[in-house]
Design a binder for this molecule. Structure first.
Ligand SMILES: *Cc1c(COP(=O)(O)O)cnc(C)c1O
Length: 361
């Protein structure tokens, strides 16, 4: 059997090997049920325990306050670009901070449903930094302020949350979900597609403060797009992405075993430092992001020559370091080093980069 590669994909991305092995063992017979979780009624007692345990473990990991609901939904992170304005735009106004393609898409989608204001952007420098958000022109009647907390494509992260001047904060955390502790109480709504750092594509987790879940939504909002219907039915209004949630639950247990989010943060910082330190001293490779805004999860870099970039990606792939090609909109390389990327993967990648640098001086 082929050895597993070091997979630096931005998403769907690497998952803990332990979790995959456990899922494989349970594939044909989940805990004596005689069937796979894939084949099981989402109304069964067995599945009810799976989804309830998943929620309880996530609550414990993130220390989610009791006045927040956890929803396991589907449609990926992109469906939230519409669901958020449909449910939260009571005044029909929202402020968006545009720090990358995902924030831009969310902003554009919100413009369909109401008045979306772009109150800050870093597009002038190819989204390579996070703008100063300490004193933005927050709209008087804004229903919320929206950020993409970690910009998967560009490799930037908000190190301090914007000053929303009392308005509810909504954050897309798809690519930094569970990578470090968060103070949930600072947000009105946190959401993320799970395929970056938690589980299989298709599941999106929404953590929303209860007072924001109301009957009052934009006219024409489909039933499936109402937070209330999912909250009232504990994510079982219709058939949820049951197998995906089961894998997420396993990853939550794995994270608890690693020591929780404090431990993950320390591990992720150590991992990212190895790569960033090398980029800072390398004569060939350069990071593309303002240092103070660097993401712990997505690390873009270039050689300065498209030809050398292509050569590097080709040779790295052959050596077992895969999916290092940068996003099609930026080029170069990007190493996504999510929770499940072992530190050896980064150490070996850096050793490989050093060798490549020597051979291409
Ligand atoms: C990948 C990604 C998305 C889109 O996720 P889908 O599940 O494909 O809709 C949105 N936001 C961020 C930050 C992402 O990284």
């Amino acid at each position: 059997m082929k050895v597993r590669v070091y997979n630096f994909s931005a998403g769907p991305a690497v998952l803990p090997e332990e979790v995959l092995k456990e899922a494989a063992e349970e594939m044909l017979d989940y805990q004596g049920s005689g069937m796979s979780v894939m084949e099981m009624s989402h109304r069964s007692k067995t599945y009810d325990k799976i989804i309830k345990d998943a929620e309880a473990d996530l609550r414990e990991l993130m220390q989610i306050p009791d006045n927040y609901k956890v929803l396991f939904l589907q449609g990926g992170a992109s469906s939230q670009f519409a669901m958020i304005p449909m449910n939260l735009m009571k005044n029909g106004v929202a402020d968006y901070i545009v720090t990358g393609q995902w924030a831009k898409k969310a902003y554009q989608e919100a413009s369909i449903y109401g008045k979306a204001n772009k109150i800050a952007s870093s597009e002038d420098e190819t989204f390579s930094y996070i703008p100063d958000c300490s004193d933005l022109p927050i709209s008087e009647d804004a229903d919320y302020v929206y950020i993409c907390e970690n910009n998967t494509i560009y490799g930037t992260k908000f190190k301090t949350l914007p000053n929303t001047k009392g308005k509810p904060l909504v954050a897309d955390v798809s690519s930094c979900f569970l990578s470090e502790p968060v103070d949930v109480s600072k947000y009105a709504l946190i959401y993320g597609g799970v395929q970056k750092n938690i589980g299989p594509a298709g599941v999106v987790i929404v953590i929303i403060r209860e007072d924001l879940i109301t009957e009052e939504v934009l006219p024409g909002t489909p039933t499936m797009f109402k937070y209330k219907i999912h909250a009232d039915n504990e994510s079982l209004y219709n058939t949820p992405p049951a197998y995906g949630i089961y894998i997420c639950g396993k990853v939550f247990k794995w994270l608890k075993k690693q020591g929780g989010l404090e431990a993950m943060k320390a591990y992720n910082e150590k991992k990212a430092k190895i790569l960033y330190d090398f980029l800072d001293e390398s004569s060939l490779f350069k990071g593309t992001v303002r240092k103070e805004d660097r993401s712990l999860m997505n690390v873009p870099f270039v050689t300065g020559s498209e030809e050398l970039d292509a050569k590097f990606i080709k040779e790295a792939t052959a050596a077992g370091f895969v999916n290092l090609k940068g996003h099609r909109s930026v080029g170069g390389m990007r190493a996504s080093i999510y929770n499940a990327m072992p530190i050896e993967g980064v150490e070996k990648l850096v050793a490989f980069m050093k060798e490549f640098e020597k051979n291409n001086a």
